[in-house]
Write a protein that binds this ligand. Sequence first.
Ligand code: ADP
Ligand code: MG
Length: 241
Amino acid sequence: MTPGKPPGNTPTATAAPAVSLRDIDLSLGRGAARVHVLRGISLDVARGEAVGLVGPSGSGKSTLLMVTAGLERPDSGSIRIEGTDLGRLDEDALARFRGRRIGIVFQAFHLVPTMTALENVALPLELADHPQAHARAKAELEAVGLGHRLHHYPAQLSGGEQQRVAIARAIAPDPAILVADEPTGNLDEATGRQIVELLFALKRDRGATLVLVTHDAGLARLCDRTVRLRSGRIEAPESVA
Ligand code: ADP
Ligand code: MG
């Protein structure tokens, strides 16, 4: 440890940003279908900050989110999460790191259909060898208002309830950063507002960092900052204050 630095991973003024992307380039697809999706993306997100990724369809928002979450490796460039360079981790180490430090919420929920709400939320905890996975999962589901739906399967839940389960699953391991791809995209307006409230409670109450892809101007306004993508590049910064 560097002398003079506080022990542990207590955030300090000099702590590494939650997310630090440098010169990310990525092409996807083969042959004539090959697309240069991300073109020289550099972005820092401070700990506890909420950033909204906006931009036209096809501009690379979802891909950038997947790269940030370590689900997609770039062709070149680096991704650091709280100072850890994801490019230096092999697949197993990356999966473990992701499981502990990064929460992911998809537009289409992506729950395991054969597992109950409780089992879905407990799964990442079990994978991370959490000693009380089920108790913790139950507490997280209660926190999102689903204490009465623990043993329901996804198909027995409404869209808003499924997204709440997905949020409970993403936040149960206490991730440093939570990435969400249009988390309100499949929900009606009132339900969407509840989901937004849950995400921002995470930032407020646990100091989590949020990176959200959204088409929703109301959600973008709640973010500390928006980053606009166009054709795989970040456009000039703008303020939403
Ligand atoms: P957004 O989320 O902003 O709508 P995406 O990140 O999903 O954009 O996609 C950006 C571009 O990359 C789109 O033109 C899309 O067609 C292309 N793309 C995404 N994934 C693939 C893939 N696996 N193979 C080829 N092209 C892809
Ligand atoms: Mg998308």
